[in-house]
Design a protein. Structure first.
Length: 243
């Protein structure tokens, strides 16, 4: 429906989630999550082909469900899968999905290498080149000090919100999660600075990660709208045009 309403502009993101307690709210055990995720993905891919949908799995059973509305984009809208696991990257490659990576560029390279290798081997992959994305929280300021001041406050607010369910349920936060803004910069989750410094950092990280697409998180925490818009305009006018 969304793909039809938007005239074929829908891009579909797939993800299993990371916090077991969220699954528990719906009566789903942590052990069952991976296989449920795989089955749900299979059903979604079959459904987008149109026609009657049947599926017999461990968790889901469907019998001749009539699907009268097909997607505008054929055979299906572009898909994105976010992961830091090679096995998930291999699944994405085999199913023609684009890839999104989070974390240090050096670590992401292992994921993108697995993706590229298995995409080349997959006869079902689309002819068009894939997008291999690197996700970054980005703040651009008119000076380094301005950018860091905005980004530090925004990251601290974002981190408080992110940790809410972990602290509510007395669950340790994930080990890779940077617990300070300085750690977020060091781990490459955040990039802050002037247009020139941000451009140089991002281009270096994209090359090291083996990525060809930048996924920009320009609004997070208490970052002012003006700051997000300034970063978006700067990326469009000064960064993309010079890459």
């Amino acid at each position: 429906m969304l793909d039809q309403l938007s005239g074929g502009r829908l891009e579909l993101g797939l993800g299993r989630g990371a916090l077991p307690v969220e699954l528990g709210y719906f009566g789903i055990s942590e052990d069952a999550a991976p296989s449920r995720y795989e089955e749900a993905n299979d059903i979604l891919l079959k459904a987008m082909k149109g026609g009657a949908l049947s599926y017999q799995g461990r968790h889901f059973q469907l019998n001749e469900v009539p699907l009268t509305l097909a997607t505008h984009q054929r055979p299906c809208p572009p898909m994105w899968v976010t992961t830091n696991r090679p096995e998930t990257a291999i699944w994405a490659a085999g199913n023609g999905a684009n890839l999104a990576c989070v974390g240090p560029a050096a670590g992401a390279r292992k994921i993108t290498d697995a993706y590229h290798t298995n995409r080349e081997r997959s006869p079902g992959a689309p002819d068009r080149g894939p997008f291999v994305g690197l996700l970054r929280m980005i703040v651009i300021g008119r000076s380094e000090a301005d950018a860091y001041s905005l980004a530090r406050s925004a990251y601290e607010q974002w981190l408080t919100s992110f940790k809410f369910l972990y602290e509510l349920n007395d669950i340790p936060t994930p080990q890779p999660l940077p617990l300070t803004f300085d750690a977020a910069i060091e781990s490459e989750l955040c990039v802050a600075g002037t247009p020139t410094s941000v451009r140089n950092v991002l281009l270096n990280q994209l090359e090291e990660a083996g990525a060809n697409y930048l996924l920009c998180q320009l609004a997070f925490g208490n970052l002012p709208l003006d700051a997000s818009l300034y970063a978006a305009r700067t990326i469009q006018s000064e960064l993309l045009g010079q890459s």
